[in-house]
Design a protein around this ligand. Structure first.
Ligand SMILES: [Fe+2]
Ligand SMILES: [Fe+2]
Length: 459
């Protein structure tokens, strides 16, 4: 068995290392209470892949003695407080396979040292990437235990909060008033954010064992604000794009989707509230939420309505652009048809392939109903056959894909032209002229019922 042992002075510290290491490598993390237990474990299970040993842990010196006596050594990382360094250095001589690091240092130092120890390169660590976090997250967070940065340019980040500093509300407020919407943390620390976010938003679900149970618990206590699913969506997109699809992202996606369905089904969202948020929030996640809202509202006015159809549209809205790496590209590709912006060739290629790439990414998640992929694949096809990637026309659209396509187009048009009644009426009128055949004609009838002339959106 390939494993890493963690022995630290307190359970809290051990769990901290365990939490950060989990998922980084393909070996098991074994947390043990003291050095003697670790030596016994090693005797029984063979050499560890790495040993992370705290200097204040019980039997620390015994482990060092045992280590020194070995002819063939394993990677050993001793952690200690800066103030204890003199004591530790007197007892512990670093070698090619052992390192000493300070607990106060960034977790990157640990990862860096581990990477050096695994120099054979079989186990690749994540690249140094920064992940964006909605600034709202920091407003009610006092302690985070990770460095926080602001982005100056695409490649330049400046640290504004040290991992051992409490988060000062005044500091956050200073960035809020300067219109900063996101702060950044290193990819290695992003797990701390996602874990805290889930805990914060749904404290009642933390006792549930499985993601499925947690989603169910969430449904019994639905969120009252659209910010919840939108913020979750944003975090899932960031996680998937920067770190890759992992269990936590899938769990957050499931929570975001459950809460979106819940809010929309129970009519807890007002169109006006949503339209105001649309331009303020992160484009990709607020666009997805709005799309889910619009498509489910139109669906309700068609013969195809059913709870499973609503779920499929919400899933499609959530995943349709997930392969686009950031909101700027998403915004560009959604809106380029209606603006004069030129798109770079490499971005254009990415855009052309994104429907397929999004389906591919989504297919890694179990339990997604079959026809969600068709909805996603057809969201840039066109009634007249001028879309992409296949250039199919209205005859080949499935009913749900037609609902989604109309909702998507309406959402983009309203984003650019504004949400007032006149714009809505004129967009619908244009669509009525263009979309005369089945299944689009039925969708337009549904749309008419959603936005009756001179009335506000039916919620
Ligand atoms: Fe798209
Ligand atoms: Fe889109």
């Amino acid at each position: 068995m390939s494993y890493t042992i963690v022995v630290q002075a307190s359970q809290e510290l051990s769990e901290y290392y365990q939490f950060l290491l989990q998922g980084q490598y393909d070996f098991a993390i074994v947390v043990l209470a003291d050095g003697q237990k670790a030596l016994d474990y090693i005797k029984e299970n063979g050499e560890p892949h790495c040993f992370i040993l705290g200097s204040r842990s019980k039997d620390f010196l015994n482990v060092l003695k045992d280590y020194d006596s070995k002819e063939v050594r394993y990677p050993l990382i001793v952690t200690c407080k800066k103030s204890e360094e003199a004591f530790v250095v007197a007892k512990f001589k670093t070698s090619a396979l052992s390192r000493l690091i300070h607990e106060e240092e960034s977790i990157d130092v640990l990862f860096d040292q581990m990477q050096k120890l695994f120099a054979m390169g079989q186990r690749k660590l994540q690249a140094q990437t920064y992940c964006k976090v909605n600034i709202d997250f920091f407003k009610n967070t006092e302690e985070l235990f990770c460095d926080v940065f602001v982005r100056l340019t695409d490649n330049k980040y400046v640290k504004i909060i040290d991992r051992y500093q409490p988060i000062e509300p005044d500091l956050i407020e200073r960035y809020v008033v300067r219109n900063v919407r996101h702060l950044f943390v290193k990819a290695n620390d992003f797990k701390l954010i996602t874990a805290q976010l889930m805990k914060k938003i749904s404290p009642n679900t933390q006792t549930c064992a499985s993601p499925m149970e947690r989603s169910k618990a969430l449904i019994t206590a639905p969120p009252s604000s659209i910010i919840f699913p939108i913020q979750l969506q944003e975090t899932v997109y960031e996680s998937i794009n920067k770190i890759g699809l992992n269990e936590q992202a899938v769990e957050m996606a499931s929570m975001a989707i459950s809460s979106t369905i819940e809010l929309i089904e129970k009519n807890q969202v007002a169109f006006e509230q949503l339209s105001k948020y649309l331009k303020k929030g992160d484009y990709l996640s607020s666009h997805s939420f709005f799309l889910s809202y619009l498509s489910c509202s139109i669906l309700r006015e068609t013969p195809w309505k059913s709870p499973s159809a609503s779920t499929k549209l919400t899933l499609a809205a959530f995943f349709h652009d997930i392969s686009l790496e950031d909101s700027d590209i998403a915004k560009l590709h959604d809106l380029e048809k209606y603006s004069s912006k030129d798109i770079e060739y490499s971005v254009e290629q990415k855009v052309k392939e994104h429907t397929m790439a999004s389906v591919k990414l989504m297919s890694k998640i179990e339990g997604i109903p079959n026809d969600v992929d068709k909805i996603i694949l057809q969201h840039h096809e066109d009634y007249s056959g001028l879309g992409y990637p296949r250039g199919i026309d209205y005859k080949h659209f499935t009913p749900l894909a037609a609902v989604f396509k109309v909702a998507h187009e309406l959402s983009n048009r309203l984003y650019i032209q504004g949400m007032d009644q006149e714009v809505i009426a004129s967009v619908i009128e244009e669509m009525r002229q263009d979309y005369k055949s089945h299944p689009f004609s039925i969708v337009i009838q549904g749309l008419d019922k959603c936005f009756p002339k001179n009335q506000k959106m039916v919620g």
